[in-house]
Design a protein around this ligand. Structure first.
Ligand code: HEM
Ligand code: HEM
Length: 553
């Protein structure tokens, strides 16, 4: 657009910051359409809602442990000594107009924020959207998920009621269990003996400033990278590794995304208005001498709670230092290993497949059975820990022995992921076979015909060329192979042992893949179906390798 055509205000800005060029380049940017791409948006919108409601809460919340006597309108707690933090939370809940609604929206938004991030992560994982060039965004995502969980946990520690205190007491236990430095670390965090007078004000700074600040910066980089890399898309006719098929950001996507923000806000407002969450007045102020059995962590903390409940009570002593394995293993060793594996998965997979190319077309999960199986294994591992965090509730609700539940979970934590991996992989392979059948023979029509010699056969309706293309668009690469022991000059090849390990893992990774229909098979398949002569055969096998052959790059 020429300078003169710009509206006045835009021209004014453009003269100063060059906005027109930036807008021209980005506002027409094409964004592909798929329902699963809105998961990242839900995470974004719930974060914005957390900031908006959080600012409201911070106007009235007092991050102080100074003792006051409660004189607010909740008569059951009248006259009780409590911290200013708890008193102000009660005031927000009962005396500030709209306060309880804001608290509840804030808490529900926190629950949704972490949930949306987690499901978004699964979408990225199962479709292979983390592959080159998006590994950095994956890593940023894992850090954001971690920070989101910590932020939520600190958040519900702020009101200083009996529930939040019980959660903090567990944190203190975990910190104390750190070998050698535990006691010092706990004194450092709580500013002396637990709970002390410091933690609310310290946690408050971390909660409203430090972590939201880091998250905001990371989200900005995350979204800039999404724009820079361009969004991935599912394979289909007209979609290649080099283009993006979808709607322009302005006006279509901006309208969709803007509207969707209000949908998310509306749903959270309804939840905040109708569904009670964290009723801090129920158990009264925190007193380190009391714990409440009614304490249930937010869903995203449950896996750690479940892990601690799973581990048998083992302790050892070395040179006068006690190591509580029952805390060290589930709370200090397992989480970094688990999170580390998830964070590094893109690099592990890249090493196994040896695939260094950029990918902008997504995988259908069934076409990468081993990755899909690994994903199912990870979910199962997490799920068993999660289940075990409710072992007390399962026991009381279903009249079961808590010991039996714990033992079942102890077995499942090892066996479950392997079984889930195996079953999922088999299902993915079966779906590949079903796709192959569909491409080669079409759909079962339900129409049975009888031939003159008396044989019965079911008619098959051929699928559309577009579907045929989509079902065969994935590439099938051969697994990594170990090269010759020496090169042409007789010089021994380096890193042979490493390559052999890699080849063995690659063979496992690519095992049993169902070959895509070849062009010959397709033609033979179509020769005896009823497709009208001249139907365009728009299958991807024509342009890409098939039957396990590597694709031309
Ligand atoms: C990722 C971002 C955030 C998450 C996950 C989060 C989570 C939480 C949670 C779960 C609570 C407990 C609420 C309850 O009492 O039921 C809380 C409390 C609080 N949050 Fe946040 N929060 C976030 C961002 C913020 C921001 C940006 C602010 C302020 C600018 C803020 C201010 C507060 C305040 C003042 C409280 C204490 C009041 C209360 O508990 O009702 N939060 N937060
Ligand atoms: C604060 C949390 C997060 C926000 C606000 C956010 C936001 C977004 C948005 C809006 C997109 C584009 C739409 C979409 O694909 O859904 C996106 C893409 C992406 N996100 Fe996130 N995300 C967050 C957390 C994560 C996490 C936890 C991961 C993974 C560990 C992750 C990895 C990615 C990757 C790799 C892409 C590019 C996907 C593609 O082009 O297909 N993000 N994110």
């Amino acid at each position: 657009m020429a300078q003169q055509e710009l509206p006045g205000a835009v021209r004014w800005l453009d003269d100063r910051v060059g906005i027109a060029k930036l807008g021209k380049k980005n506002l027409r940017k094409v964004f592909p359409d798929h329902w699963s791409f809105m998961l990242g948006e839900i995470a974004l919108y719930s974060f914005i809602i957390l900031i908006l409601t959080g600012v409201f809460l911070s106007l009235w919340f007092r991050p102080s442990m100074a003792e006051v006597e409660y004189q607010g309108s909740y008569s059951l707690l009248k006259g009780l000594p409590m911290s200013e933090a708890y008193e102000s939370t009660l005031r927000i809940s009962f005396d500030i107009r709209g306060g309880l609604l804001m608290r509840q929206i804030h808490h529900w938004a926190a629950v949704l924020f972490v949930a949306a991030m987690s499901v978004h992560l699964l979408r990225i994982f199962f479709t292979g959207a983390f592959r080159k060039p998006r590994e950095i965004n994956w890593l940023i995502g894992v850090v954001m998920l971690f920070l989101g969980v910590v932020e939520g946990f600190i958040g519900y520690g702020l009101p200083d009621d009996l529930l939040s205190g019980t959660g903090l007491r567990i944190t203190e236990g975990l910190v104390l269990a750190s070998p050698v430095i535990g006691t010092w670390l706990s004194f450092f965090i709580f500013g002396g003996e637990f709970p002390g007078d410091e933690f609310v004000s310290r946690f408050y700074t971390v909660h409203v400033l430090l972590i939201p600040g880091i998250l905001l910066a990371l989200i900005t980089v995350h979204l800039m990278l999404v724009v820079y890399h361009k969004h991935t898309q599912f394979p289909g006719p007209g979609r290649t590794e080099k283009n993006v098929v979808g709607y322009p950001l302005l006006p279509v996507y901006a309208a969709k995304a803007g509207g969707f923000f209000f949908v998310v806000f509306g749903v959270l407002a309804v939840m905040g208005a109708l569904l009670q969450i964290n009723p801090v007045w129920l158990y009264g102020p925190y007193n380190p001498a009391e714990v409440t059995a009614g304490s249930q962590p937010d869903w995203y903390m449950a896996w750690l709670d479940g892990a601690v409940r799973l581990m048998p009570g083992i302790e050892s002593e070395f040179w006068g230092v006690t190591i509580s394995w029952n805390v060290v293993v589930p709370a200090l060793l397992m989480p970094p290993l688990f999170i580390g594996f998830v964070a590094l998965y893109p690099f592990i997979e890249q090493w196994i497949t040896g695939d260094q190319r950029e990918h902008h077309l997504l995988d259908r999960p069934r076409n990468v059975p081993t990755r899909t199986g690994i994903g199912a294994g990870i979910i199962t591992f997490y799920g068993v820990l999660w289940l075990n965090s409710g072992n007390d509730l399962i026991a009381t609700h279903f009249h079961l022995s808590i010991n039996t539940i714990t033992w079942v979970c102890r077995v499942l934590i090892f066996a479950g992921p392997v079984i889930a991996f195996w079953i999922t992989r088999r299902i993915a392979l079966s779906l590949q076979r079903a796709d192959r059948e569909r491409v080669l023979h079409g759909l079962e029509s339900g129409v049975i015909t009888r031939s003159p010699d008396g044989r019965y056969a079911e008619k098959h309706t051929p699928i559309s060329p577009y579907e045929s293309y989509t079902l065969t668009a994935h590439e099938q690469r051969p697994p990594f192979e170990v090269g010759p022991a020496t090169d042409g000059n007789g010089v021994p090849a380096p890193r042979r042992r490493r390559d052999r390990v890699r080849a063995a893992i690659a063979r496992f990774y690519f095992a049993d893949v169902v070959p895509k229909p070849t062009r010959q098979e397709l033609e033979a398949g179509h020769a005896h179906d009823d497709s009208p002569a001249g139907t365009p055969q728009l299958d991807a096998t024509s342009s890409r390798g098939s039957g396990g052959a590597p694709d031309p790059d």
